[in-house]
Ligand binder design. Structure first.
Ligand code: PGA
Length: 251
């Protein structure tokens, strides 16, 4: 079965006013988009419910993070069950900003992934290497080390709930996009790893999306690569050009 193209918009800690948030949602609601694409918008947690309630019904929402427990004394955290109860279908886990700024380890990311899926969420699981690691020729090794605890934590059937986002850290928010050849190589390596570590069916069925300075100008070429099944978009998801990125596969 063909993998459905997936485009996520990661607003990060933007915008800073509710008026700006409303204006962004209006742009999305008014747009004409390719109906073959799964579109998932990820606003700050504070806005998840109002965005879900005001967003067009063919787009979904995602949280940008969640905790590993269902409830309890974990000040400042949101649980997977709370997200499910709020009608939020997706969560982004393991984003490089969570890993580097907030110290999340690959083991914690794997435990969160397992907890999220157990609660009924789907997960956008982010992996990717730093510039130093790429220059040392360690991209494949680093990404596999990030995926290994997830493979250990999940059952084979759980992978139908996972979208892997390959996001080279050096390309995030820098304007320095990976070449389509670099993206294709990393995605093919991830797929080969899933084939050997999980199963060939999971490797074939799992969407692997690219993130890192995707914009209206580079999305068509990136999206034409065999193993690139969509995008996770940061900066450009706050602009009208996000619509062009959603429509990247259209002629
Ligand atoms: P960017 O961010 O598109 O601004 O590079 C991508 C991401 O962090 O998901």
């Amino acid at each position: 079965m063909a993998r459905q193209f997936f485009v996520g918009g990661n607003f990060k800690m933007n915008p800073v006013t509710r008026d700006q948030k409303k204006a962004l949602i209006k742009i999305l609601n008014d747009a004409t988009v390719d109906q073959n694409v799964e579109v998932v918008i990820s606003p700050p947690a504070l806005y998840l419910i109002p965005v879900k309630d005001s967003l067009r019904s063919d787009f979904k929402v995602a949280a940008q993070n969640c905790y590993v427990k269902d409830s309890g004394a974990f000040t400042g955290e949101i649980s997977p069950r709370q997200l499910v109860d709020a009608g939020v279908p997706y969560v982004i886990l393991g984003h490089s900003e969570r890993r580097t700024l907030f110290g999340e380890t690959s083991k914690l990311v794997a435990d969160k992934t397992q907890a999220a899926i157990a609660a009924g969420l789907s997960v956008i699981l982010c992996v990717g290497e730093t510039l130093e690691e790429r220059e040392a020729g360690k991209t494949k090794q680093v990404v596999e080390a990030q995926l290994t605890p997830v493979v250990a934590a999940l059952k084979e059937a759980d992978w139908s709930k996972v979208v892997v986002a390959y996001e080279p850290v050096w390309a995030i928010g820098t304007g320095k996009v990976a070449t389509s050849a670099q993206a294709q190589e990393a995605h093919a390596d991830i797929r080969a790893y899933l084939a050997s570590a999980v199963s060939s069916a999971v490797a074939e069925g799992t969407r692997i999306i690219y993130g890192g300075s995707v914009n209206a100008g580079n999305c068509k070429e990136l999206g034409s690569q065999k193993d690139v099944d969509g995008f996770l978009v940061g900066g450009a998801s706050l602009k009208p050009e996000f619509v062009n990125i959603v429509n990247a596969k259209q002629a």
